[in-house]
Design a protein around this ligand. Structure first.
Ligand code: DQA
Length: 147
């Protein structure tokens, strides 16, 4: 059983990018923590990042049968993309939205999410811990679906 973790534009710069907002951890640090947590939950973690909206859409469309859920930090595309939530609706996999920062405490253009209505839930403002909480939630959903 695999969980796909997708990260949008500029998240490859984590650690260097606005550390007061996003912290000092790099995306590789977060990927490692997610894989380790996945091991504990018996979930394989496929962790990816792209700066390109269409590539994120391709990855959502191409999910193979072993992928049972998606964790998505769409970064700035959260606030602009219709294609990404359309792709999520098309594949119908349980999806959890994650943001490192509290988007509601920031600029008003970050307050609206096009991802939120298609997500089972959103975990916002808890830093990289949000990814691990999302894995816990997905593990529970996947187990409930199997029973
Ligand atoms: C972000 C919040 C977005 O508003 C921003 O564009 C990002 C990162 C977060 O994880 O806090 O790139 O998704």
């Amino acid at each position: 059983t695999t969980v796909l973790i997708l990260n949008g534009p500029n998240l490859n710069l984590l650690g260097r990018r606005e550390p007061t907002v996003y912290g000092r951890e790099t995306l590789d640090d977060i990927a490692m923590a997610c894989r380790a947590h996945g091991d504990r939950l018996r979930l394989r973690v496929d962790f990816r990042q792209s700066n390109h909206e269409g590539e994120l859409v391709d990855w959502i469309q191409q999910t193979h049968a072993d992928v049972r859920g998606i964790i998505l930090n769409a970064a700035a595309y959260t606030h602009t993309s219709i294609a990404i939530p359309d792709a999520l609706r098309a594949v119908g996999l349980p999806t959890i939205e994650v943001h490192l920062s509290n988007i509601h405490a920031r600029e008003s253009y970050r307050h609206h999410s096009f991802i939120a209505p298609v997500a089972r839930g959103s975990i916002i403002g808890l830093g990289s811990q949000g990814y691990l909480l999302a894995l816990d939630a997905l593990a529970r959903m996947i187990a409930d679906e199997q029973s």
